[in-house]
Design a protein around this ligand. Sequence first.
Ligand code: HEM
Length: 448
Amino acid sequence: DTSAIPHPRWRVPLIGDVIGTSRRTPVQDTMRQGRDLGPIFSRRFLDREIVFIGGAHLTAELSDEKRFAKHLALGVEELRVIGGDGLFTAYNEEPNWRAAHDVLMPAFTQSAMRAYHPAMVDVVGELVGKWDRGGVVDVSADMTNLTLETIGRVGFGYPFDSFRREQAHPFVRAMMGSLRHAQRKSFQFPLAAKLFGRAAEERYRADVAYLAEVVDEVIRARVASGPSADRPDLLDLMLASGALDEVNVRNQVITFLIAGHETTSGALSFALYYLSRNPAVVEKARAEIDAVWGEAEAPAFEQVTKLRYVRRILDEALRLWPTAPGYAREARTDTVLGARYPMRAGQWALVLLPLVHRDPTVWPEPERFDPDRFAPEAVRARAGHVYKPFGTGERACIGRQFALHEATLALGSVLRRYELTPDPEYRLRVVEMLTLKPEGFRLTVRRR
Ligand code: HEM
């Protein structure tokens, strides 16, 4: 029963809360509609009612793993077509989740990050090789080049040659097409699906088939070459474990290629957007980078982990625009949320992170970009479980340290090396393809 839960004022009989809704921007529409409805609200779309959480304290409550668990909802469930029982899209009760989690955890420890560091430095070197030519760069496109290249090489020893191409690698195009499709499918009228669905469905199938083809090529290359020479990477671990069947390994590779780059690329792009408008933050970051990195041509692993302020810039960018903008939680047993809203076992709610991270009871002046919100004393003073860009609990992001190391290294390198000038006319436009990223954001880069 959701009758106690507020919903938008203009609920239309039969079709629901569709006024002001676009399948291209469901997150931003819901943010707009939910802003004044309080920490919990519902939206109805045809016969389906979705409960959203926009408040920090209810989000903290949903983090209680004894009462709640991950739920595969909407667009994420659509991704089963691509990721199958891979880590991200596995159901909680699928035995392959635990098996793969146990096999892959060693690949995400601190010592694993140390081993990945040199390859991450190499990829940043390729970005720099491009940006050294100066001129105007498409930020989101180059951040995608950087992060796809990094997960390809570090995770699977597979170069996509991203920086040597005029256009994005076809993998990126197929991935974006299929993510967009998965998003649209969740917010589509049955009639529109009938009218326009066939062609879109065919394109989708072709995209998914292409993604699978790339993955098979990645696996084939490794089987042919044998295990990587120095240290087992993600693929070696999976192939050697014997715990994962062939189909599951394939699902994991595709999951990591997608989950492992799209969100990190958006995080870097948003960070650069905010930096381009906050010169005082840039100055503070540069002072830190100069102090910690000194004259070193390429930073060592520890020199990246010591960039505390640069890290906070990323934390703050992910507060305002968490690039994976939500996750769903279901009740394990019948329970009452917030001492007021009854939930039956299996019922779920969608945590809408961009609203949660703007909850004014936790974040004063929520729209203001301020990395100092993540200074240690500020974090200590804040309630726990109110900042969740990497999800929560057992099913939280396995790649968090990977993303943060890679992004801190890249941001530090770029800030140290370039003067970044935005187009003064640019206004932030956020595109949604399940994930979020700035659209049309360009910078003029010049060696300092
Ligand atoms: C899960 C965010 C980078 C791999 C998740 C979840 C979130 C998230 C919110 C939980 C989703 C849910 O509860 O339904 C992010 C963000 C990233 C990032 C914001 C970058 C800034 C990465 C990277 C990798 C990765 C670099 C791999 C190298 C995964 C995987 C899962 C996951 C495999 C599923 C974990 C499981 O359920 O066992 N991520 N992620 N992510 N992420 Fe990330």
